[in-house]
Design a protein around this ligand. Structure first.
Ligand SMILES: [Zn+2]
Length: 143
């Protein structure tokens, strides 16, 4: 078929599976796992986005400017005009509270983006992702 896909047949000519090159597998792994409903155990479990908290914040929005939906990552340059409309998400909401503190995770580089809403301005803080394993040298490369 191609260098990337080898279909495997048994002696009777029945298809028993397919062998993908590393490159092909890396490219299609996520959609395949998603389609088949397989959870990749190596991926960190993601908490669902606290969208209800975001809705509450929008509902009680008392800042003198409209609700802002743009998010940008200073670390890798990822950006969006409306994070909630991205499918799949470029940024995942990780927390939102009534004080106007909204936190996102950059899906490209895992950096944490914190937006603070004040009366007259919005400040953004970008913290590059740090593996929790980095502090212990021993476990750094182990799973
Ligand atoms: Zn980023």
């Amino acid at each position: 078929m191609s260098d990337h896909i080898n279909e495997l047949f048994d002696k009777d000519g029945n298809l028993i599976g397919a062998l993908l090159s590393a490159e092909a597998w890396t490219t299609v792994k996520k959609p395949v796992l998603d389609t088949l409903g397989i959870v990749d155990n190596h991926a960190e479990p993601e908490r669902p986005e606290p969208l209800a908290d975001w809705e509450t914040l929008k509902q009680y929005w008392d800042f003198p400017y409209p609700v802002d939906t743009d998010v940008a990552c200073e670390h890798c340059g990822n950006s969006t005009q409306d994070w909630a409309k991205d499918d799949p998400r470029l940024f995942r909401l990780s927390s939102a509270n009534l004080a106007g503190l909204v936190c996102f995770k950059c899906m490209k580089c895992q950096a944490k983006i914190l937006k603070r809403h004040f009366k007259d301005e919005i400040t953004t803080e970008c913290t590059p992702f740090q593996s929790s394993k980095i502090s212990s040298k021993e476990g750094r490369y182990s799973r």
